[in-house]
Design a protein around this ligand. Structure first.
Ligand code: AMP
Ligand code: MG
Length: 417
C-alpha cells in the first residue's frame, strides 16, 4: 500500500482553471421554446425584436382619446374603439373617442383621460381637469424599440425570458444542448437504499444526491448503478459512460486505500489532470478526460470522494460551474458575497475549508450562522445551507462579527432564529 499520493496537491483556483480549460459549450439545438419545457435552457443566440412594441400608439387606460389643447371644454363623443380594433378614425377639435385599454389611439388625439375622471351624458363628454399631451398614451416602441436586442446569448430561460420570446414572436430559437451526466457509485459496502443492507454497509446516498444536483444544474442525469471495488467492473462502467455521457461523476474509490481504483483506471483510460486539491472537504477530488474517437469532446470525469458531504461540496465548487459552462451559461459561477459571522468559525489547520452556512439579511448586513458540526459524513450539515463559507486555513477561530467570503448556493434565508 502506498503511503503518499503520487498526485501533487493543487490549489483550489488552479484546479478550477484546469477544469475550465477543458470545458467548452456542447452543441447547439433549435427548439420550440413555447411548446416544450424550455425553462432552464440557455440561449445560444442573441434575440432581436423586429417590430416596436407597441406598434401603434395605444391607450394605457379605459377612457377617452381627445386633444389636450381643447382643455376642459365639453366634447362630442364620436365613436368607440376597443382593443384590437383597426385604427382609421380621426379626433377633430371638440371631439373625443371612447377607448379601451390597449386600443389604438385615433389620429388627432394626443391624450387619453381615464374614465374615472369624466362624465358622459347624451354623447357629450366633460372632463374634470385639463390633460397634457401624451397623458395615458403608450407611445410606439415605448416598451421595446424596433431592432432592440432583448435577450443575449448565454441567458438562462425563465418566466420573463420565455415571455419576451413570445412577445417578439421568436418561437424556435437556438439553445445549448443539455449535458448528459452519468453518475456511478463505487464500493463493496454500498447498497441500494431500498434493498437489504448488510452489517457495515451504507446506503448509496451519493448517486442520488449527485443526480439531483446535476439536474438542478440543468443537466440530464443517468444512473450507472453501483460498481463493486473491482477493476474490470469499474472499467466497464467508465467505458459505458464514454459511450453515453458528456460527463461522468464517480463517488468513492479516490483515496489511498487498496480498494481505491478510480484514479489508476482513469490514468489507464485517459488523462488525469489533477488527483488532489488543497481543499476541505474533498481533498482526493480528481479530474480526468477520456478522448474518444469520432467525437469532438472528450468525456469529462470528476472522481468525487465517497463521504457524502465531500462529494456534494466538491460538486458545488468544481463540477457545477463546469456543467453550467458546458451549456453556455454566461454566468456559470455562484454569486460570491461578504458575510458577517454570527458565531465563531473554526478553520482547518492546513487547507481552505468550505463550511456550510445559513445566510440571511439581518441588522443591515448578510449574517451567516453555521449548520453545525461540519464532519464530511454528516449530510445534515448540508441541510438548509444556502451558502458555503470560504474559511482560510489557520489555527485561531474567526470570532463572531468577523467577515468572510461565501458562495451563495440558494436564496437568502429568513433570519428570525
Ligand atoms: P471511499 O472514498 O470509497 O473510501 O469512501 C469513503 C466513505 O464514504 C465510505 O466508507 C462510505 O462510508 C462512504 N460512501 C462511499 N460511497 C458512498 C455512497 N455512494 N453513498 C454514501 N456513502 C458512501
Ligand atoms: Mg470505497
Amino acid at each position: 500500500m502506498r503511503r503518499e499520493s503520487p498526485y501533487p496537491m493543487v490549489p483550489i483556483d488552479e484546479a478550477q482553471r484546469i477544469i475550465t480549460a477543458h470545458v467548452a459549450p456542447l452543441g447547439v439545438e433549435e427548439m420550440d421554446v413555447l411548446r416544450n419545457a424550455a425553462d432552464g435552457r440557455v440561449l445560444a443566440e442573441d434575440i432581436y425584436a423586429t417590430d416596436p412594441l407597441p406598434d401603434v400608439p395605444k391607450a394605457a387606460v379605459d377612457g377617452y382619446a381627445l386633444r389636450s389643447a381643447d382643455g376642459v371644454a365639453p366634447r362630442r363623443v364620436i365613436a368607440e374603439v376597443t382593443a384590437g380594433a383597426a385604427p382609421g378614425l380621426r379626433v377633430e377639435p371638440g371631439t373625443a373617442v371612447r377607448v379601451m385599454t390597449g386600443a389604438p389611439v385615433p389620429e388627432g388625439a394626443d391624450a387619453v383621460v381615464m374614465v374615472e375622471h369624466t362624465e358622459e351624458q347624451d354623447g357629450t363628454l366633460t372632463v374634470r381637469h385639463a390633460l397634457s399631451a401624451g397623458d395615458n398614451i403608450h407611445t410606439v416602441g415605448q416598451d421595446i424599440a424596433a431592432g432592440q436586442c432583448v435577450l443575449t446569448r448565454g441567458t438562462t430561460l425563465g418566466a420573463a425570458e420565455i415571455g419576451l420570446l413570445a412577445t417578439v414572436g421568436r418561437v424556435r430559437v437556438q439553445v445549448y444542448r443539455r449535458p448528459i451526466v452519468a453518475v456511478l457509485a463505487t464500493g463493496d459496502e454500498v447498497y441500494e437504499p431500498d434493498g437489504e443492507v448488510f452489517p457495515g454497509g451504507v446506503r448509496d446516498s451519493n448517486r442520488y444526491a449527485l443526480m439531483a444536483a446535476a439536474r438542478e444544474a440543468g443537466c440530464e442525469a443517468v444512473s450507472l448503478g453501483i460498481a463493486r471495488d473491482d477493476l474490470s467492473v469499474q472499467r466497464a462502467a467508465i467505458l459505458d459512460a464514454v459511450d453515453r455521457a458528456d460527463v461522468l461523476l464517480t463517488s468513492g474509490g479516490v483515496s489511498m486505500g487498496t480498494r481505491d481504483l478510480i484514479k489508476p483506471l482513469l490514468a489507464e483510460l485517459g488523462a488525469v489532470h489533477f488527483g488532489r486539491i488543497a481543499f476541505k472537504p474533498g481533498k482526493p477530488t480528481t479530474f480526468a478526460t477520456i478522448d474518444r474517437p469520432g467525437r469532438a469532446a472528450p468525456l469529462l470525469v470528476f472522481g468525487l470522494p465517497g463521504f457524502p458531504v465531500s462529494s456534494l461540496v466538491s460538486f458545488e465548487v468544481f463540477v457545477r460551474p463546469a456543467l453550467r459552462r458546458l451549456q453556455g451559461d454566461a454566468r456559470p459561477e455562484r454569486p460570491r458575497v461578504r458575510v458577517t459571522l454570527r458565531d465563531p468559525i473554526y478553520p482547518s489547520a492546513d487547507r481552505p475549508e468550505y463550511q456550510r452556512a445559513i445566510v440571511g439579511w439581518a441588522e443591515g448586513r448578510l449574517l451567516a450562522r453555521s449548520t453545525g458540526r461540519q464532519g464530511s459524513s454528516r449530510l445534515l450539515s448540508m441541510l438548509g445551507a444556502n451558502a458555503m463559507l470560504i474559511v482560510p486555513p489557520g489555527t485561531q477561530p474567526f470570532p463572531a462579527g468577523a467577515e468572510l467570503e461565501a458562495l451563495l448556493t440558494g436564496p437568502l434565508a429568513p433570519f428570525d432564529e
